[in-house]
Design a binder for this molecule. Structure first.
Ligand code: FEO
Length: 460
């Protein structure tokens, strides 16, 4: 059943209420998801994306109820991953000559998955456009590595809808479709989890792409991703969040992650948490036994953190597989600008802490020297190491004071693009150090996203 998006644009996707995991079992999806496909019926009839392979026959049957398939002038495949291209095999059986607009890499990924079937691909690149009648056109924007090399977005002029594919999505089943109708707490929890676990490795690319898109001067009235809720009320709110998340994002949080064999390492974990609360009462502290926690939710908590402490007992000259496997996943996410400490118990050889420090450094963390390495069970002498470890991890009282001062400085928002200048972060890419008040920025400083001057900013 179609759902109206705007004027002659309808949603024709699939809401997956029961989806429990994604990318196999790599990503948990406790609130379901959706695969959003869209039907445009202007003078030209256009299908934007399809749905996942297991739902392909239902998708085609539903689409047949909504439109004569032979009237589809062309299909846009924004991305070749099978959650969006998986119904093409069933659909193209019925309309085999229909053109498919996609990137050159999407031809590779689609033919790689389904074989060379002689489909009528039309390769597009950034800036290419197609007239769809009624004074409207589709403009294509390559979104390479967001999150596959084949990804792109499609902008519809006139109605000003950005079909952004995976970018700006969430794994969240929302029957009403709209972000403003969804439970806001779940919406943002899923949006940041999606970013942290899927898009974070490509934050550098995303930062440049947001600037490039801002430079196109397009107005977005609706941002329609391929998963989850669709943004129509202040759609730039999710773009602004991405602009924050892609710049070494952190909140005032410390996350402690561990596994334990006989509870000794667990005791150290909780003592570190208590010490963080004592030394830095405003800092949010969270503790997770990774063997009993959702690995993606814990990764999201790390994404939000400014520092982590990771613990494992030594086992056979190394660390527990629960911690090792999770650290491998964290390495892939390429988080930036976070400190880390290691801790753990041992009985014999005791390499665990060193292994943790190496793996944390390999994952891009700034590893501090202070650690807790406890023979058998932690005792007073071991716990006595924790205050210094925490001081190094969260900063001295003087550093905290500077941070407080920074927090007292006001943020300013760029009126045209929504970029927020945060004095605590500065604009290091353009030589502005953290701690620089907006008032102290040089007169020729420009918005790093859209390039307008300081006079276009207003206090947040
Ligand atoms: Fe939603 Fe990358 O597929």
């Amino acid at each position: 059943m179609r759902k109206l998006i705007k004027n002659n644009v309808s949603w024709v996707g699939y809401i997956d209420w029961e989806l429990e995991s994604f990318h196999g079992d790599e990503l948990s999806t406790y609130n379901g998801s959706s695969q959003n496909a869209y039907l445009i019926e202007e003078e030209k009839t256009v299908l934007i994306d399809t749905v996942w392979t297991p739902h392909r026959f239902d998708f085609v049957e539903n689409l047949k109820q909504e439109v004569d398939l032979n009237k589809i002038d062309f299909i846009v495949a924004n991305h070749g991953e099978c959650d969006h291209s998986g119904s093409l095999t069933a659909l193209m059986e019925l309309i085999p000559d229909t053109p498919i607009y996609c990137t050159a890499n999407a031809v590779k990924s689609i033919e790689g998955q389904y074989g060379k079937r002689g489909w009528n691909f039309h390769v597009v690149k950034t800036g290419d456009s197609v007239d769809i009648g009624n004074g409207k056109k589709l403009i294509f924007v390559e979104m390479r590595m967001l999150h596959w090399p084949d990804s792109m977005a499609t902008f519809m002029t006139g109605d000003n809808i950005l079909f952004s594919n995976d970018a700006f999505g969430q794994h969240f089943a929302v029957g009403e479709l709209w972000a403003d109708k969804a439970d806001q707490c779940t919406l943002w929890k899923e949006a940041i989890k999606y970013y942290a676990n899927i898009l974070s490795p490509f934050s550098g690319v995303l930062s440049k792409k947001l600037k490039e898109i801002a430079g196109l001067g397009l107005t977005f009235e609706i941002i329609a991703p391929s998963h989850g809720a669709i943004w129509r009320e202040d759609p730039m709110q999710i773009v602004r969040k991405y602009a924050e998340w892609c710049e070494a994002y952190q909140e005032d949080q410390v996350t402690i992650v561990y596994d334990t064999m006989w509870e000794g390492t667990a005791k150290i974990a909780h003592q570190i948490a208590a010490e963080v609360a004592k030394q830095s009462p405003k800092t949010v502290v969270k503790v997770f036994n990774i063997a009993k926690s959702d690995k993606n939710d814990v990764a999201t908590e790390v994404f939000k953190s400014r520092a982590v402490a990771v613990g494992s007992p030594t086992v056979v000259n190394s660390i527990l597989s629960s911690v090792a496997g999770w650290l491998e996943m964290i390495k892939q996410l390429k988080f930036k600008g976070k400190k880390a400490a290691a801790f753990g118990c041992y009985g014999w050889s005791g390499e665990g802490v060193k292994v943790l420090q190496e793996r944390l450094a390999d994952a891009g963390f700034e590893v501090i020297e202070e650690n807790v390495r406890s023979l058998w069970n932690p005792e007073e002498a071991d716990f006595a190491q924790i205050p210094a470890l925490v001081r190094s991890l969260v900063g001295t009282p003087e550093e905290e004071e500077v941070k407080e001062e920074n927090n007292g400085m006001k943020k300013y928002e760029c009126d045209p693009c929504g970029y927020v200048y945060d004095p605590a972060v500065g604009d290091p890419d353009n030589g502005i150090a953290p701690g620089t008040a907006f008032e102290d920025l040089p007169d020729d400083w420009c918005c790093p996203v859209c390039g307008v001057g300081k006079d276009m900013f207003k206090e947040v």
